[in-house]
Ligand binder design. Structure first.
Ligand code: GLC
Length: 538
């Protein structure tokens, strides 16, 4: 752990309770799959712009857009060829400017996704590095001399060794696919270049970034073996990956990026992907003067289990409050099977969402979860995710949660593209029309309506989303007592029944329920069936 002094200026800014990002609801758009504006079967900025009113009506505060850069296409855009250019599939830089303007007019902020751990192998730097081992560009990556065996035991997160050979026999490092060579952040030219990228998009009006692999970047300078092998079933990286993750000098970069944010009058924000198992370590990334939010994925990776949920929530709240940062909550994203399938039913996914939206901190929604979408079955021939291919089909990969959004039940391609367009880039399941936005919008019992109402109440009641939480558990029931920071005489309680029996809970007034079929409360008591959550006043 580093012991650098903390600037007072940063501290006061970090703890400002009114900062927009502290309790924001952020909506993640998988750009390729959100809305197709030009009929080529691929989602784009024109499509997203046209759907901004939908997001404003849902009530979210910010939109995080997955990578939009010119890319080699080896990992859903996370292999960037040019950090200041837009992939023509998605539009142009002018489209980003227009998106930001429209979003701001609707009270929405726009976060882009930045990928600093690696570039594409087609990035100009890597091409020069391949051509000339002595070039300055070669010093921006991790090359090792030719040898029989790979330089060490480091493994790619997507399977297989993390080292591949260049045509002239050298080894280069890639913690993801071979098309994603890792940058060498010990070379100051790398950090300088990313400062320019941040300013380029900030100057355009973009409000912040989700930072890919924020726990990575630096590697053990001596390239020693990792003590263990990463398993995707773990809660996150731990000491077994100590040589390739969570190197203490990464925190210098987050202080540097925070300083770039602070150059701007309007408040820019950074949310880092910090896939570490130890929540205290995750919290360190959100210290004053570093990232505004540090994603923890323990909850995302927890099964439908009251004990796991209660423990994770308590530990996360402790870890973030220790550094004065808000906790960001995530139940679904573009890397994880949809929660309706993971938990076993849409009913459970709705209950979990109500719990998440009550918790103090920021809530991240993944496009389509507000529709209750399940994980889709993707025919092997249609699969795109490198995880499927690199694991020889052993890991299904992430295509099933990246299916185009169903907007209109009776339209071709469920309204993702206009009629007469090319087929969507990933096939929509034939039986998804019931999930379409137009079917759910005016249906009081729909999942979409539940999300809308919950976000509205979150705005109305200070105890929701930004208060103080106390978590207790009895058997399969988790109870979260929420009080507003400035003395709310009527605190709110969130109950979630993750068990198998109906329980009785004391309720004065029922604010919100995840299921439409609750009777009561009667005589101050409510019957709470399994797989259900409620917000109540005691
Ligand atoms: C992050 C992204 C994931 C991507 C990987 C490599 O984990 O969320 O989608 O494959 O980084 O950039």
């Amino acid at each position: 752990m580093s012991a650098e002094p903390i600037e007072d200026r940063c501290r006061s800014e970090h703890v400002r309770r009114d900062a927009w990002w502290r309790d924001a609801v952020v909506y993640q758009v998988y750009l390729r799959s959100f809305a197709d504006g030009n009929g080529d079967g691929v989602g784009d900025f024109a499509g997203l712009r046209a759907r901004l009113p939908y997001l404003a009506e849902l009530g979210v505060n910010a939109v995080w857009v997955t990578p939009h850069y010119v890319s080699g296409g080896a990992d859903g855009g996370y292999d960037v060829i040019d950090y200041t250019a837009v992939d023509p599939d998605y539009g142009t830089v002018e489209d980003v400017r227009a998106l930001v303007e429209d979003a701001h007019a609707l009270g929405l902020r726009i976060l882009l996704d930045i990928v600093p751990n690696h570039t594409s192998d087609q990035h100009e730097w890597f091409r020069r590095a391949l051509a000339d081992p002595d070039s300055p560009e070669a010093a921006r990556y991790h090359f090792m001399p030719a040898s029989e065996e790979p330089p060490n035991n480091w493994q790619s997160m997507f399977g297989g060794p993390a080292w591949s050979r260049t045509p002239d026999g050298r080894w280069y490092l890639h913690l993801f696919t071979p098309q994603q060579p890792d940058l060498n952040w010990d070379n100051p030219e790398v950090a300088d270049d990313f400062d320019r990228t941040l300013r380029f998009w900030f100057d355009l009006g973009v409000d912040g970034f989700r930072v890919d692999v924020a726990y990575g970047l630096f590697k053990d300078p001596a390239y020693r073996d990792n003590p263990g092998i990463y398993s995707p079933t773990l809660f996150g990286h731990g000491p077994e990956q100590a040589m390739t993750t969570n190197q203490p000098r990464v925190h210098q970069i987050w202080r540097r990026w925070r300083a770039v944010c602070n150059e701007y009058f309007d408040e820019k924000m950074l949310v880092g992907e910090v896939s570490l198992a130890d929540l205290e370590q995750v919290g360190l990334y959100a210290r004053p003067g570093e990232l505004h939010h540090a994603f923890q994925f323990r909850l995302l990776k927890s099964d439908w289990d009251a004990e796991a949920f209660a423990e994770t929530i308590t530990e996360a709240l402790d870890a973030f409050s220790a550094v004065g940062a808000p906790a960001p909550w995530v139940l679904g994203n573009h890397d994880k099977a949809r929660q309706a399938t993971r938990y076993g039913s849409e009913r459970r996914a709705r209950a979990a969402a109500l719990l998440m939206l009550a918790l103090p901190g920021s809530a991240y929604l993944y496009a389509g979860e507000e529709l209750g979408l399940p994980e889709a079955t993707v025919p092997d021939a249609a699969r795109r995710d490198p995880i499927f291919f690199r694991s020889g089909g052993k890991r299904a990969g992430r295509d099933g949660c990246r299916i185009p959004m169903p907007w209109t039940a009776d339209a071709p391609a469920a309204g993702f593209s206009a009629a007469g367009s090319a087929e969507p880039w990933l096939p929509l399941p034939a039986d998804w029309s019931g999930y379409a936005v137009d079917r759910q919008l005016d249906d009081p019992s729909s999942t979409l309506t539940m999300y809308q109402q919950a976000i509205l109440l979150r705005d109305l009641y200070p105890a929701l989303g930004s208060g103080q939480a106390t978590v207790t558990r009895e058997g399969g029931v988790v109870r979260v007592d929420l009080a507003a920071h400035h003395g709310d005489p009527e605190p709110i309680t969130c109950w979630i029944n993750m068990g198998t029996e109906t329980v009785t809970v004391p309720v004065h007034r029922l604010l919100m329920a995840s299921a439409p079929d609750l009777g009561g409360p009667v005589g101050g008591l409510l019957m709470l069936p399994p797989d259900t959550a409620v917000w109540t006043r005691v």
